[in-house]
Design a binder for this molecule. Structure first.
Ligand code: SF4
Ligand code: SF4
Length: 310
């Protein structure tokens, strides 16, 4: 084992994480996140989770990760930039930037698996559980704790140098690790641009989102038709929404990502409005086979196109 005081050195893990392409990493001891309990429960009690009932099912596991990962002692939190080097034409049906390329779950899980293998090579007694936005984990709270940034008024994790177009991932480990964290203060200050700019008024004043009003939920998760009250408010958004990130001053001049899998293909970027309107299920399958758009499915996407273009 390569360690300091019997623990694997944090700088070795950081170095390997950067080699694997991660932009941010922090390491913290596991603990109960009791201070988030009230906030989470009140958000759920007010039904701000829309129909995402799975969020209330596992609420105790979210604040007590040992219920989810018995024996876990440390958490590694990683951040991977997804701000695109090339953007879609803003007048065409818009896909959220996180969905330009391949589904991030696969890309990040593969990197985290390699990071875990590296840790096991240093300490064969190590075991870990990888999470990417799917387990009941308070990802942003852990990212804040691990020094990756602060939770902005738009409810997203913001890093002072990297902005907020960041995918988070975690490894919950059974071993103790040398902690490596520098908690970032809240740099939102008096700004409220995201709250003022959100076209549907979905941002609450306590750094949470009313999911039922958020364009991301409406265009991705909502099973039934988008209600008429939102007509005109989505502009040309057919999958997700970046408005509260695009407006955030901390995203001004950020460096684009270097992850090839997150690039938008020319075939998608060059689609005309007519091609979007006439999208067939065969073409959808071909273009978005490995994309997050598959999660919404052909019918939802074509309904959304109709909703914003009719
Ligand atoms: S993603 Fe869009 S709709 Fe949702 S809170 Fe942000 S600006 Fe509002
Ligand atoms: S737009 Fe302003 S208030 Fe909103 S997250 Fe960014 S800095 Fe914070």
């Amino acid at each position: 084992m390569v360690s300091g005081e019997g623990k694997i050195r944090g700088d070795l893990i950081r170095k390997e994480a950067f080699n694997l392409g991660f932009d941010l990493i922090g390491i913290v001891p596991l603990r109960q996140l009791d201070e988030h309990k009230e906030h989470l429960h009140s958000w759920l009690d007010k039904k701000m989770n829309a129909d995402m009932f799975f969020l209330s099912r596992d609420k105790d596991k979210r604040t007590d990760p040992r219920k989810l990962f018995p024996g876990a002692n440390s958490v590694i939190v990683t951040g991977l930039n997804y701000f695109p080097p090339i953007l879609q034409d803003g007048d065409l049906p818009l896909i959220s930037k996180y969905a330009y390329g391949e589904d991030y779950h696969f890309v990040i899980k593969e990197k985290l698996r390699k990071l875990l293998d590296f840790i096991i090579s240093l300490d064969p007694s190590a075991t870990g559980k990888i999470c990417v936005d799917s387990s009941p984990v308070l990802e942003k709270a852990w990212a804040h704790e691990a020094g990756l940034g602060w939770i902005g008024k738009n409810s997203l994790l913001i890093n002072r140098e990297r902005g907020s177009f960041i995918f988070l991932g975690e490894i919950f480990l059974n071993i103790d690790l040398e902690s490596y964290t520098q908690v970032q203060p809240d740099y939102c200050g008096n700004c409220s641009l995201c709250i003022e700019t959100c076209p549907t008024g979905a941002i609450n004043d306590n750094r949470t989102i009313d999911a039922g009003k958020c364009i991301s939920w409406l265009t991705i998760e909502r099973k039934s038709e988008i209600p008429d009250e939102f007509r005109g408010k989505l502009k040309n958004r057919i999958f997700g929404c970046d408005i509260c990130q695009d407006i955030c001053p901390w995203n001004n001049g950020i460096t684009p990502h270097k992850t090839d899998q997150f690039r938008i293909s020319d075939d998608v970027r060059k689609m005309s409005l007519e091609e979007w309107k006439n999208l067939t299920s065969e073409k959808f399958e071909k273009l978005f086979r490995r994309s997050p758009l598959k999660r919404a499915g052909y019918k939802k996407i074509t309904d959304n196109i109709k909703f914003v273009t009719d």
